[in-house]
Design a protein around this ligand. Structure first.
Ligand SMILES: NC(=O)c1ccc[n+]([C@@H]2O[C@H](COP(=O)([O-])OP(=O)(O)OC[C@H]3O[C@@H](n4cnc5c(N)ncnc54)[C@H](OP(=O)(O)O)[C@@H]3O)[C@@H](O)[C@H]2O)c1
Length: 269
């Protein structure tokens, strides 16, 4: 029986690459996005559906339409997300809530909409896209790290729950990936009147703006997502990208004080 995956945020970047990978493997793909009318994804085993992870009605309509179209959902890729960057004090309350509504509450809502189907099937794999930033932090990303640390904890705990009926939930942690993430998906917010932060903001922009920083193609993440969905193991975490592998190994080898000292040295704090 042909298997089906539902992907959130499939318009660009990692979600789009995953849609292409699963189609190439012969899966049915429910490629969901906020504006499906502007997508150029094509394929026989593809259904483009509108889904905004912050809009409950759109989630339930997309899941129902997907089930009607392909009959089942074997895998869910919670990929939709973006990064807020800047001093906490510079953000409005609405911006803070939008970051958590998208990256955390949206992921929870889509998962809750798909789980009844997986429970009925007694199988399924959910893959949650976290980040190296779900396990370590850098200055001015307090909101983004907050969401990705939340995704890590949610996933780790949920794995016990889903095992009770034979489903799995896994975490993919990409490093730097060449997508729209650092462009249109970055909510960079600053207030020059917050003078104390400005020297560090300058340094952070300089480090993250370096064009020769190593970064991977989104197809690398799609390969890892494919592995996570299909390897049949209970493995919880998968890094994606060579930089992610090195960063995670270094973080695991260090205690908190050593890691913090390293970040401070890197950013001249
Ligand atoms: N690129 C990296 O270096 C990197 C590293 C680690 C983790 N990640 C994670 O990878 C995931 C995908 O990001 P990307 O790198 O592929 O960037 P991207 O190309 O900018 O893709 C982000 C996707 O999220 C979607 N999205 C944002 N808000 C949404 C909402 N409310 N409802 C539905 N979709 C929404 C966007 O849809 P629209 O087209 O409608 O805006 C877009 O499809 C994110 O969770 C990100 O945190 C990225």
């Amino acid at each position: 029986m042909t298997q089906t995956i539902l992907i959130t945020g499939a318009s660009t970047g990692i979600g789009r690459a995953a849609a292409q990978r699963f189609m190439a493997e012969g899966w049915n793909v429910l490629a969901t996005m906020r504006n499906p009318e502007s997508s150029d994804l094509t394929g026989e085993n593809l259904s483009l559906l509108r889904l905004d992870v912050t809009d409950a009605d759109s989630i339930h309509e997309a899941v129902a339409a997907g089930l009607q179209h392909f009959g089942r959902i074997d895998a869910l890729l919670n990929n939709a997300g973006y990064g807020a960057c800047g001093p906490l004090e510079a953000f409005t309350e609405a911006q803070i809530r939008r970051q958590f509504e998208t990256n955390v509450f949206g992921l929870l809502a889509v998962t809750r909409a798909v789980l009844p189907q997986m429970r009925a099937q007694k199988s399924g794999v959910v893959v949650n896209i976290s980040s190296v930033g779900g396990r370590m932090t850098f200055p001015f990303f307090s909101l983004y790290h907050g969401t990705k640390f939340a995704v890590e904890g949610i996933t780790e705990a949920l794995a016990f729950e889903l095992a009770t009926f034979g489903a799995k939930v896994k975490i993919v942690e990409p490093g730097a990936i060449k997508t729209d993430f650092a462009g249109r998906s970055l909510d960079f917010t600053n207030d020059p009147a917050l003078a104390e932060y400005q020297p560090l903001i300058g340094k952070v922009l300089e480090v993250f703006g370096q064009t020769d920083r190593p970064s991977s193609d989104p197809s690398i993440v799609a390969d890892v997502i494919w592995q996570a969905v299909t390897d049949g193991t209970d493995r919880l975490r998968y890094t994606a990208g060579e930089d992610a592998r090195v960063l995670m190994a270094n973080r695991s080898a260090m205690d908190d004080a050593s890691f913090t000292a390293g970040v401070k040295a890197r950013f001249g704090i």
